[in-house]
Design a protein around this ligand. Structure first.
Ligand code: ZN
Length: 157
């Protein structure tokens, strides 16, 4: 198990060092800002949706290795998926990082590298920030979400 965990860490560090899809997206149909005040993660997620499919997703921002790696992998995973599929993957991913035994790890593929996060409750929000932000972008145009309530921003758990 420790070897597996080491591999997971390498994947996360690699995505942190060389984030994929790390740019603003020209022609984006949806975008939203996400903020995790507990850690200081701030990201903006862009998506281009056509025919009910996420044709492309990108992100910008600053944050810890987990939040960046999660956003990097997420933008790769959701590409070409329908909005329903994205919502389903997010649901499973959220179960995974919160340690819910009902998580369908198999369907998550490489996102399973985040399974270790459930042992670190403070990191759960880092790992799920990009997903909450994408969800906000896809369902409410141009909004800002926060993992902590501040009044001005929508709060997610
Ligand atoms: Zn973080």
């Amino acid at each position: 198990m420790s070897e597996l965990r080491e591999l997971y860490q390498q994947v996360i560090l690699d995505h942190n060092k060389q984030p994929r899809n790390f740019r603003a997206l020209e022609g984006a149909t949806h975008s939203a800002n996400g903020h995790n005040p507990l850690c200081g993660d701030r990201i903006k997620v862009y998506a281009k949706v056509g025919n009910g499919l996420v044709e492309e997703a990108t992100f910008e921002g600053t944050g810890c290795a987990i939040s960046k790696a999660s956003a990097s992998m997420m933008t790769g995973v959701v590409k070409g998926k329908s909005l329903e599929e994205v919502a389903r993957i997010f649901d499973n991913f959220h179960r995974l990082v919160t340690g819910d035994p009902k998580a369908n790890t198999e369907s998550l593929g490489k996102l399973a590298v985040f399974s270790g996060v459930c042992e670190f409750p403070a990191r759960v929000k880092c790992a799920s920030l990009a997903w909450h932000t994408l969800q906000a972008a896809l369902t409410r145009a141009g909004s800002t979400i926060s993992t902590e309530g501040s009044g001005a921003e929508d709060t997610v758990g």
